[in-house]
Design a protein around this ligand. Sequence first.
Ligand code: NAD
Length: 289
Amino acid sequence: MRIGFVGLGNMGSGMAANLVKAGHAVRAFDLSDAARARAGEAGCMVADSARAAVAEADVVVTMLPNGAIVERVYADDIVGVSPPAALLVDCSTIDVATARRVAESAQGYAMVDAPVSGGIAAANAGTLTFMVGGDGAAFARAEPVLAAMGKAVIHAGGSGAGQAAKICNNMILGATMVATCEAFALAERLGLDLRTFYDISSKASGQSWSMTSYCPVAGVGPVSPADRDFTGGFAAALMLKDLRLATEAAAAAGAEVPMGARAAELYAAFAEAGHGGLDFSAIIRTFQQ
Ligand code: NAD
């Protein structure tokens, strides 16, 4: 298939490379020269504009920083530029309302929102999980393309449902990470050996993914960013972005999300203190001070 790919950053570069490996002809564009060069090395045909990347595409994939940029790129460079039969797939994490607005503006095209779970390592390895919003026909077309970049492709519902699933999932992740961090910090103050506490709680009802797959304490549980001084992994600034999307969606829907809102406040303070580039599990430092 001819795939136009726009946004070759930390995530998009590995995703585009995996589409090439799967045998697709990928025409790729990013504003950054370095990102375009990297895509060329991975076997993509490098385009000199987003419009050139998508003009002859069967499928358009975008992986961009935020909703404002997604809306602008679809309005300026994709809708009316891509062939009318093209399938449009936005994998960026953006707010539900913008995702629905972009899909409406692309009327006549088949379109899905398909945000991902899994970080840069999963993007490179082709093991992302995609949560997909759109009608059944668009999902059926998107599924084999997304499967080349991921280990799971799940239809969440209609337009915007992929984004809704993503922000609800990440709100759980942010809140459970904060809870896990404060509990380990308290356990330490109470004189518990943290490996012993992990052995107990990982087999008891306090267990969660934040604890047993991503323990925020070095030398405890499986290898995680805590063992690398909180480098790599999922940046606290990105967790803050997702928590803000979740709390804004909750406000718009009239839903109470006290745990998500508190997690957002804690990550905002952490980022303001200059730690937004650290992995999100580094929030444990807030409770160790
Ligand atoms: P990134 O900033 O590394 O990459 C975004 C790329 O988009 C950059 O290379 C930038 O130059 C390019 N870009 C910006 N405006 C453009 C335009 N108008 N035309 C063409 N290219 C443009 O970000 P990322 O980490 O790759 O994240 C991308 C998306 O994936 C975000 O929405 C993020 O929330 C989401 N996400 C990231 C992770 C992660 O761990 N990094 C995990 C899950 C989801």
